[in-house]
Design a protein around this ligand. Structure first.
Ligand code: 6PG
Length: 249
């Protein structure tokens, strides 16, 4: 596990989406076989998703061999405006990706734990083994965001889900921040099984929590690391005041 993170500063949200698209394409270009990308929810990645549906990005993605997963889901019906995979579908997947390559977390029924188990089975079937091997990561790329309380995916500070290491996916019966609906989340070791983990952090309202995360506080967004490479893309408005440019932390 590499504990170091690379910080990349960009001008604004538009530049951040373009930089994230380039990082995504680089991960795709590095793998000539089947590719797995784990998306994130929230508002931060929407601009990136919309960009991927436009030229030239759209023509640079080999859609047939890219599979799209999601790191966490709000426990609402598919189609609900709060549903993370629905946002990604509307922004780019429905227009570009073969339906069989889209892997939503199930949110039917009433039990987030049962849906978590089903998604765990789907991930293990895709991976082809029950145990993750560090030299063969599950994902080529995992996208992440940071919530106002330092959560990432649906792993909230102090919640038991954060400590789970023996399950791939967990049900989270309530959320620490809005929207206050149950969640389903991949666990830290499963999110770590990627060639690259990419955080997108933009806007003035992220600066305080990003400062706490980068200063090493025990927060989920600090504990989430790729076993290989972790990159934070940060715009000028979110960049912590006393950081020099391009530090590795
Ligand atoms: C979710 C998320 C969550 C998100 C952060 C940042 O389902 O809410 O996946 O972890 O990434 O809360 O959200 P914003 O991008 O909206 O600030």
């Amino acid at each position: 596990m590499s504990d170091r993170r690379q910080l990349v500063r960009v001008a604004d949200k538009a530049a951040l989406a373009a930089a994230a698209a380039e990082q995504l394409l680089a991960q795709i270009d590095a793998n000539p076989a089947r590719i797995a990308i784990c998306l994130t929810g929230g508002s931060s990645p929407k601009q990136l998703y919309e960009l991927l549906a436009t030229m030239p990005y759209r023509s640079r993605i080999p859609w047939d061999r890219v599979h799209w997963f999601v790191g966490d889901e709000r426990f609402v019906a598919a189609g609900d405006p709060l549903h993370n995979m629905t946002m990604a579908r509307r922004a780019f997947l429905d227009a570009c990706a073969p339906p069989a390559n889209i892997h939503p977390i199930p949110t039917d029924g009433t039990d987030p734990d049962a849906c978590a188990r089903r998604y765990g089975e789907e991930l293990r079937a895709f991976y082809g083994a029950d145990r993750l091997d560090p030299i063969r990561p599950l994902f080529d790329l995992v996208l992440m965001g940071i919530g106002p309380d330092g959560h990432t995916a649906s792993l909230f500070p102090g919640f038991p889900a954060l400590e789970v290491r023996d399950r791939w996916v967990v049900g989270v019966d309530h959320a620490n921040v809005a929207p206050f609906v149950p969640r389903v989340s991949l666990t830290l070791p499963v999110l770590a099984s990627c060639r690259k983990m990419l955080f997108e952090v933009a806007g003035e309202d992220k600066r305080a929590i990003l400062t706490r995360v980068l200063s090493g506080e025990n927060l989920p967004a600090n504990r989430a690391r790729s076993e290989h490479q972790t990159v934070f893309l940060i715009d000028a408005a979110a960049w912590p005041e006393n950081f020099r440019d391009q530090p590795d932390v």
